[in-house]
Design a protein. Sequence first.
Length: 235
Amino acid sequence: MKNAGFIALNNGNDAGKEWNRLEIKSLTAVVLDDIRRRILTGGFRPGERIAESEVAAKLGISRSPVREAFRVLEREGLITTLPRKGSFITEISPEDLEEVFKLREILECHAIDCIKKRAARSPDEIKALLEEVRGELIKEPDRFTIISGFHYSLVELSNNYRLIELYKILAVSLRRYQLIYLSKKGQRDISVKHHRGIVDALKRGEYALTKKLLRSHVRYVENIVKGQIKEMLSE
């Protein structure tokens, strides 16, 4: 990995010089992708300590891009930093997955109930907003947005402030499992298909069917992730 993507930026002529902002940004993206991949595929074990200095030394780069990558990984819930102890790969378990996804199902289905009430008051407004949501599914966003963005959009459509705030809190724990799910080939396309079915049912005002499809999708994702976690923990 040390020689992949770093030689051009980290050569002898640049020794001792500060990385400029463009170089740091480029290196951060490479470091971020590599560490994230290792976490999601079991290269770094849950609970394992990970140090900026060690990663930087192994890659032969300065600590600045590594530090920026760590900040992103912490926001994604993949790394946990404890005062005076350092950074660790966030612990995961099938039990935690079940708890997070049960709460997710409850909150997202409640969002559908709120959307139903909102549609009764402002049907044209909801129809236009749902068209926007479906339009986003046609685009080619990054692999994480295709999952988290859709579900967050549904919750936002509820127009329920407390529900939205609760979902934001849950999203921190949910994010890692979504990334693990997306690390398995082919899941992005399956999710897009599920999402389209959910939006189309909503547009038709079939709220019971919408919740049925939503629950089915959430449980499908949970089962895929559960299998991946068991593989990671058994290695």
